[in-house]
Design a protein around this ligand. Sequence first.
Ligand code: AMP
Length: 176
Amino acid sequence: MSDIAKYIRTIPHYPKEGIMFRDITTLLKDPVGFKLAIDLLVAKYKDAPIDYVAGIEARGFILGSPLAFALGIGFIPVRKKGKLPSKTISQSYDLEYGSDTIEIHADALPVGANVLLIDDLIATGGTALGAITLIEKVGAKIFETAFLVDLPELGGTQKIQKAGHKVFSLCSFEGH
Ligand code: AMP
């Protein structure tokens, strides 16, 4: 396991009582920590047959963009509803309370493209599974999903693996 965890700050009870918020802004502002995170991801995927990196708004953009750039491939933003200007495909997914909707451009990915999906953190896996469904809807394939942080007790990694996809995380934290 990498020492990525030491760059990540925990804010107890944010955004509500009982949640331990894993704040990656402390990693991003640290040139050693940010570079280490991207270098580890580049080392992991540099020889993989990936056509695109897709990042989930918003923290998935910050990590996915330098990764795609370093791998020499394109970046696809998976956005919150109503933000993309051209024709979109939507997917709703469950949150702890209620649901949300994410979108990609209908023409963002060619059929059969191999996609690495990235976000900062996987908790229940609802967001990642929504993004996977969306990418598969347009006929592209998920190569793997990658995260800086896994919260294994919340079951997201297992959920994605049960759906038949690989999950890679640079560090994990106990609890919620
Ligand atoms: P989930 O859909 O439950 O896997 O939640 C993942 C999404 O919510 C990611 O985009 C995370 O940025 C955010 N998130 C969920 N739980 C936390 C947490 N404890 N700390 C920081 N971000 C979180």
